[in-house]
Design a protein around this ligand. Structure first.
Ligand code: SF4
Ligand code: SF4
Length: 96
């Protein structure tokens, strides 16, 4: 399933979705993120929760638009984001 982290405000939708079926818990996105937005945690959505998955920290999910802004200059490409680039199974999607 897609676990969504973020919020909507007057200027748009700001969500990071992590596909917990695809995420293998390698941690590469956690290491690559310069802002500490991501961490590994138990997958609450599966009964078989032996594999950790990437999640957005509570702290950053409330201000994700601002946390991710330095990675997103105008005209940026989603595939070039530091968190998306190393993710082989393409488990991370940004809504903006
Ligand atoms: S890089 Fe991809 S597969 Fe690895 S922990 Fe992050 S989201 Fe999961
Ligand atoms: S866009 Fe940048 S700050 Fe946001 S989660 Fe990805 S690597 Fe971290």
């Amino acid at each position: 399933m897609h676990a969504n982290y973020g919020y909507k405000d007057g200027s748009g939708d700001f969500f990071i979705a992590i596909d917990t079926e695809k995420c293998g818990g390698c941690g590469d996105c956690v290491v690559a993120c310069p802002a500490g937005v991501l961490e590994l945690a138990e997958d609450d959505f599966h009964i078989d929760a032996e594999v950790d998955v990437a999640v957005v920290t509570k702290e950053h999910s409330k201000k994700i638009k601002y946390s991710c802004a330095p990675c997103k200059p105008s005209g940026y490409s989603m595939d070039d984001l530091p968190c998306v680039k190393p993710c082989a199974p393409k488990a991370i999607i940004h809504s903006w």
